[in-house]
Design a protein around this ligand. Structure first.
Ligand SMILES: [Zn+2]
Length: 343
C-alpha cells in the first residue's frame, strides 16, 4: 500500500476548466440583456465600470460605444447583490495616447469612487483602450491596493497565471469576418474566442476569461465596422455560456475573476502535509502563509489519495466527494487547520 498523500487542487472543486465572463464599460445592456442569461446558466458575470460615468450617457461618438448608457450605482449594486463583481475600468476612460492623463485619478481615485458607490471593495482594475500605459498603470494599481489586473489578449490562463496580467479573450459579433481583415486592431489578438470553438483538449486545466462590450441585437453602426467585434448579442452570450456548461458539466468552475484570484493567491501561500496517525486515521495539516491583504475568501480544495473508497473528512462534517479516485473536499482555511480522514 502506498502512503496516503494529499495536495491542493489547482482550481476550486478540482475543476477541470474555469470560466469567467466580463463586460467592459458596464453599460445597461449587460444588466438588461446578459444578466438573465447568466442567471439561467448559473454563471456569475463581471462588469468593468468607468467610475466617472455611472448613470450617464457615453460622451463618445463614432464607435459602436456611442450614446450608450452606463449602469447607475443602484444598478451595479443590484448585480453585486446577485453574485456579480465590479472592477475599475478607469475614471474617465481617456484615450491612452492623450498627454497629461491623471493616472492617480484613473487608477486610485476610481477604486475609491466605485467602492463608495457599491459599498463593497473593488479589487481588480481593468486596462482600458489598449496596453500603451501598462508600465505606468501597473505600479499605481499595486500601490492603490488592487489584487490584480484584467488585461486583454488570448490565450487561456494557466494555474500559475500572473495576477497582474490576467488574459482576456474578446468574443463578439462579426469576429469571423474580422479575422480576415488586413487591418490590425488593438483588440485583434493572435486568436480571439468564438462561441462553438472550445474543445476539452484546449481548455483542460485552464481559466478562460471572455471579454465583450455592449450586448444588444441592434447596435448603432460602428465606425470603423471592425469595432463591432467588441460587442455581442444576447445570442452570442447564450451560445457561449451553454457551450462552456456542456463542455465540462460539473467539472466546470464558473466564477467571478476575484474568486479565482483569491483561490490562486491562497493556494500559492499554502501547503498541506499528511500524516498517518493510526491505521484508520490520516491527518492533513494546512500551513497558510501570508496571502496579500486584499484576499477575502481563503478557501482551498484538497485531494487525498487513500486506501479507503468511502473515506470521510472530519467524520463527514466536511462535505467531500470521490473524484478520479481521490477524496476531494473544499474548506475555508486558516494557518494550522487540520482535517481528519477516516474510512
Ligand atoms: Zn473600455
Amino acid at each position: 500500500m502506498t502512503a496516503p498523500s494529499a495536495d491542493i487542487a489547482p482550481w476550486k472543486g478540482d475543476a477541470q476548466f474555469v470560466y469567467s465572463m466580463t463586460y467592459d464599460e458596464a453599460t445597461i445592456d449587460a444588466l438588461v440583456n446578459a444578466y438573465p442569461i447568466h442567471q439561467e446558466q448559473g454563471v456569475p458575470g463581471h462588469v468593468c465600470a468607468v467610475s466617472g460615468y455611472l448613470g450617464t450617457q457615453r460622451p463618445e461618438r463614432g464607435t459602436s460605444m456611442r450614446e450608450v448608457f452606463h449602469m447607475s450605482a443602484e444598478q451595479l449594486r443590484f448585480l453585486v447583490a446577485r453574485g456579480w463583481t465590479v472592477s475599475s475600468h478607469s475614471h474617465s476612460h481617456p484615450s491612452t495616447n492623450q498627454v497629461g492623463i491623471d493616472l492617480d485619478l484613473e487608477v486610485r481615485v476610481s477604486k475609491h469612487e466605485l467602492e463608495k458607490a457599491l459599498g463593497s471593495p473593488v479589487r481588480l482594475v481593468t486596462y482600458w483602450n489598449d496596453l500603451a500605459l501598462v508600465d505606468q498603470i501597473l505600479p499605481r494599481a499595486k500601490e492603490a491596493g488592487y489584487l490584480g489586473i484584467l488585461s486583454i489578449g488570448y490565450p487561456f490562463n494557466e494555474p500559475d497565471f500572473d495576477v497582474w496580467g490576467i488574459a482576456r479573450a474578446t468574443i463578439g459579433r462579426d469576429l469571423e469576418g474580422w479575422f480576415q481583415e488586413p487591418l490590425q486592431s488593438l483588440y485583434h489578438h493572435t486568436r480571439d474566442a468564438l462561441p462553438g470553438h472550445l474543445t476539452r483538449e484546449q481548455t483542460r486545466g485552464k481559466w478562460l476569461v471572455d471579454l465583450t462590450h455592449i450586448v444588444a441585437d441592434r447596435l448603432p453602426k460602428a465606425c470603423p465596422e471592425s469595432l463591432w467585434n467588441r460587442c455581442s448579442t444576447p445570442g452570442i452570450i447564450d451560445a457561449r455560456l451553454r457551450e462552456v456548461r456542456e463542455l465540462w458539466g460539473d467539472r466546470l468552475w464558473a466564477a467571478v475573476p476575484e474568486d479565482v484570484v483569491d483561490y490562486a493567491l491562497t493556494r500559492r501561500a499554502s501547503e498541506v502535509a499528511t500524516e498517518q496517525v493510526a491505521p484508520d486515521r490520516v491527518v492533513c495539516t494546512v500551513r497558510v502563509g501570508s496571502p496579500p491583504a486584499g484576499v477575502r475568501k481563503r478557501e482551498l480544495t484538497f485531494r487525498a489519495k487513500l486506501p479507503w473508497p468511502q473515506a470521510k473528512v472530519d467524520g463527514g462534517r466536511v462535505p467531500s466527494a470521490q473524484i478520479d479516485g481521490r477524496l476531494v473536499w473544499t474548506a475555508e482555511v486558516r494557518d494550522g487547520a487540520r482535517f481528519e480522514l477516516t474510512p
